[in-house]
Design a protein around this ligand. Structure first.
Ligand code: RIB
Ligand code: CA
Length: 328
């Protein structure tokens, strides 16, 4: 049975690769793509998403959304992805326009029309938090919510404590993580090291010789440089495509477990930290007050700890190669 997806994205160079994976997969139907400010301003992110959709020949509705976080000023990642978010190569704009609906309206409408829908978020959680606050019925209508975000019990990529998508809008993330969604957290730790595309992976993709394959690598040229500057590692690190691969093929997450997870919003030092109760101490007497929201509602998140790196790269290659299904 073809599954239905709604994708919320901040339109950066890794986001568009994740979108291409979903749009080229015969295992899923992408019902709508909603856009949020994050990597770049929402207008540019929307243009990038329309480009990716056009490259796939997809007429999927694209709806622009929140221009800034719930409470804070927008801080972009243009230093990482480039001013246009796609490596500043001057790609031609798509021929079609975005849908006239606001992303929040589109999320509410799409979820209520497709009970059991799978939501994949690739950017800050502003749109989803706004949609849930405006229409709480969508919480029970969402069948699965895969979030690219967080740094579970490990270092962040924006601060020592926090990953970008959560750090940009921690208040929105707190709403989403506390809502009781069937939430799966794919953290930044899963896209580093051997999971990043190495030179051999890059050459193999470029050897496909297609416009899509070339775009996937070329649009991430600045991101590759920034990744090395940030971590000392080489290659193209693709957080959103890793999250999309797990969304398409859950078995690619090779170890996961359910935990109470909360988001820090009060501290500058640990803003956006995804605090994971890994050792299950939240219900201990000394902690019960802080985590009452969690144990009263038994609100847990599935935290993905490890990735089948070979399987993730095979899934990406299969979708770029034109084998319709991520299952090869
Ligand atoms: O921290 C990585 C995440 O932040 C990715 O989704 C990237 O596109 C940016 O949005
Ligand atoms: Ca993103």
């Amino acid at each position: 049975m073809t599954r239905t997806l709604l994708i919320d994205t901040d339109g950066g160079s890794d986001d568009v690769v994740a979108l291409i994976m979903a749009l080229r997969s015969s295992d899923v139907r992408v019902s709508a793509i909603t856009v949020v400010a994050g990597n770049i301003p929402v207008e540019q992110a929307t243009r990038n998403v329309l480009c990716a959709a056009e490259l796939c020949g997809a007429q999927t509705p694209v709806c622009a959304g929140a221009e800034r976080p719930l409470l804070r000023e927008l801080v972009t990642a243009q230093w990482f992805h480039g001013k246009d978010g796609l490596g500043d190569h001057g790609y031609a704009p798509a021929s079609r326009q975005a849908d006239s609906r606001h992303a929040v309206d589109a999320i509410i409408e799409t979820v209520l029309l497709n009970p059991g829908i799978e939501v994949v978020t690739l950017g800050p959680l502003t749109n989803l938090a706004l949609a849930m606050s405006r229409e709480p019925r969508i919480i029970n209508a969402i069948g699965r919510c895969v979030v690219m975000g967080g740094a579970p019990c490990c270092e962040g990529n924006v601060t020592p404590a926090a990953e970008f998508n959560i750090w940009v809008d921690p208040e929105a993330a707190k709403i989403v993580f506390r809502a009781g969604l069937p939430l799966e957290m794919v953290g930044w730790h899963l896209c580093r090291g051997s999971a990043a595309l190495n030179q051999e992976d890059i050459s193999k993709i470029l050897a496909l010789g297609t416009p899509v394959a070339e775009f996937v690598i070329h649009s991430n040229s600045l991101a590759a440089d920034a990744y090395h500057a940030q971590t000392g590692d080489y290659g193209i690190s693709l957080p959103d495509p890793v999250a999309m691969a797990i969304a398409l093929q859950p078995e690619l997450c090779t170890a996961s477990s359910m935990h109470y997870v909360d988001v820090e919003t009060m501290s500058d030092l640990t803003r956006g930290m995804t605090v994971v109760d890994r050792l299950v101490v939240a219900e201990d007497e000394r902690n019960r007050g802080l985590w009452e929201w969690a144990w009263k509602g038994q609100v847990r998140t599935r935290v993905c700890w490890t990735l089948d790196v070979t399987g993730w790269k095979a899934a990406l290659y299969a979708l770029l190669h034109g084998q319709d299904s991520a299952h090869g």
